[in-house]
Design a protein around this ligand. Structure first.
Ligand SMILES: Cc1cc2nc3c(=O)[nH]c(=O)nc-3n(C[C@H](O)[C@H](O)[C@H](O)COP(=O)(O)OP(=O)(O)OC[C@H]3O[C@@H](n4cnc5c(N)ncnc54)[C@H](O)[C@@H]3O)c2cc1C
Length: 229
């Protein structure tokens, strides 16, 4: 039996890998996309499907889930592009005239490799504070996959980059009250979004560090201390 040799193997099925797969299909290349998660869509699908993304060219705003659905529909117009989800690439070995792609399922051969692994498998930088382990499962989340879960809740978002600013603004119309707690006075988010934040009802708490977390009568009590520079 002759071996199957792919023209292109795309490692990572986030938005970049999905579009690369579609375009390689347009070129009639023999292509596979290998994605370790159970679905394509990368960070957008896994971490913020409900966020309205403002900086996709040609769209004045579309939800993360809409972007991924559109990319999936576009990719599915190329049925010959193989979509392998739930498969983690563990090694890429260069041979004389091709590459060997080792995964946790099987080994594949390919003439070319496109690395579309983004930040790799995304692990959040976990919050460090006294007693965090005792309250983490019930009270702490590192992504917002379902906005409805926060309806009428009092929420503290910790951080000062794009993700924190965006999450605070996304939660504002849904939650009862949103605070954004950051260890510095300046935010690293996009200037325009920081302006929107300052004009919103989000309570800005700076410069604070979360020191301790306790469950009191079914609610989370957050103790923060002023950050001394
Ligand atoms: C909360 C948040 C909000 C954001 N908001 C915006 C925004 O508004 N606008 C914007 O432009 N950007 C935003 N970003 C950034 C944006 O999501 C990323 O730039 C984008 O997802 C990068 O796409 P990608 O396809 O390169 O990588 P990713 O989306 O990271 O996808 C990479 C994929 O590769 C897979 N993978 C990694 N290693 C392997 C392996 N060994 N084997 C198999 N699969 C593997 C991963 O599982 C993942 O699915 C945001 C990010 C976050 C976290």
């Amino acid at each position: 039996m002759s071996r199957k040799l792919y023209d292109i193997t795309i490692i990572g099925g986030g938005p970049i890998g999905m579009f690369a797969g579609f375009y390689a299909g347009m070129r009639n290349a023999k292509v596979q996309i290998i994605e370790s998660l159970s679905e394509l869509g990368g960070q957008v699908n896994a971490l913020y499907p409900e966020k309205t993304i403002l900086d996709v060219a040609g769209f004045a705003g579309l939800k993360g889930s809409e972007l991924i659905n559109n990319l999936q529909t576009q990719l599915d117009t190329m049925p010959e592009v193989e979509q392998r989800v739930g498969t983690k690439v563990t090694n890429v070995i260069r041979k004389d005239d091709h590459f060997e792609i080792e995964t946790d399922q099987a080994t594949y051969e390919t003439k070319a490799v496109i690395l579309a692994t983004g930040n790799g498998s995304f692990k959040p930088r976990e919050l460090r504070a006294d007693n965090v382990d005792a309250v983490a499962e019930k009270f702490i989340t590192y992504s917002v996959r379902d906005l409805k879960k926060f309806a009428n809740q009092d929420v503290i978002v910790a951080g000062g980059g794009d993700s924190a600013v965006d999450m605070a603004l996304m939660l504002e119309p849904v939650a009862n009250h949103v605070s954004l707690l950051h260890r510095r006075n300046e935010f690293r988010g996009l200037e325009n979004m920081v302006d929107k934040l300052k004009a919103s009802s989000v309570e800005i708490l700076t410069p604070y560090l979360i020191k301790q977390l306790d469950e009191i009568d079914g609610r989370l009590q957050v103790t923060a201390k002023k950050n001394e520079f």
